[in-house]
Design a binder for this molecule. Structure first.
Ligand code: TYD
Length: 205
């Protein structure tokens, strides 16, 4: 069966680890699973990702950021995600357009309606069936990233920015409660994964 799952949340919540563990689990159940990440996930998207993450690109305007994220997204949707879903597979995506609404919309204060329009153009209207919000306080997430040596240009925005992002996720989840499941990402990895699997298995049942 086809199912489109996205992972969202503030930086440092362990999305990549959890997405990998989920994919192993689903493959073990015999499902045809594809793991992708945003920005990136295609050769063109990976080039866009390098531009976005480059610590030298401090002058990047938030509007430029949106269009780059959206360009990477358009590429992955049409090259990878849609074909896989159409062939009956499961797609697990480490971030999708909700990141744009949370980071560029709630974080940078850009117009949400404009962002939704750009997003719809980029994705052709594709929406995840299930979105897992790996939630943790902004301070905790940033500390994990710093100590993990994964610091990038986007992490360097101030704490208030990351707090607005987190609140933005809560707002987004409120408007579509049937799509979102919040998981407490301050728990140990295996407990987070158990909650993730429970939510996914409920959709597959
Ligand atoms: P990444 O290293 O993938 O972070 P993480 O492991 O937290 O997912 O970096 C992605 C960064 O890009 C992260 O700070 C969120 C940000 N982002 C946006 O601001 N807008 C977007 O549309 C997307 C997809 C990501």
């Amino acid at each position: 069966m086809s199912l489109f799952i996205s992972f969202e949340g503030p930086d440092g919540g362990g999305k990549s680890t959890q997405a990998h563990l989920l994919v192993d689990h689903l493959k073990g159940r015999g499902l045809n699973v594809l793991l992708t990440r945003e920005p990136g996930g295609t050769p063109i998207g990976d080039q866009i990702r390098r531009t976005l993450m480059d610590l030298g690109n401090t002058g990047m305007d938030p509007r430029t950021e949106i269009l780059l994220f959206s360009a990477s997204r358009a590429q992955i949707v049409h090259q990878v995600i849609r074909p896989h879903l159409e062939s009956g597979g499961v797609v697990v995506c480490d971030r999708f357009y909700d990141s744009t609404l949370a980071y560029q919309g709630y974080g940078h204060g850009l117009d949400l309606d404009a962002l939704r329009t750009i997003t719809k153009f980029a994705t052709g209207g594709l929406r995840p069936d299930l979105t897992l919000l790996l939630d943790l306080p902004a301070e905790a997430g940033l500390e994990r990233r710093r100590s993990g040596g994964q610091w990038n240009r986007l992490d360097a925005y101030d704490l208030a920015f990351h707090q607005r992002v987190r609140q933005g996720y809560f707002e987004l989840a409120k408007t579509e409660p049937e799509r979102w499941v919040r998981v407490d990402a301050t728990q140990p990895v295996d407990e987070v994964q158990a909650a993730v699997r429970q939510a996914v298995n409920a959709r597959l049942a």
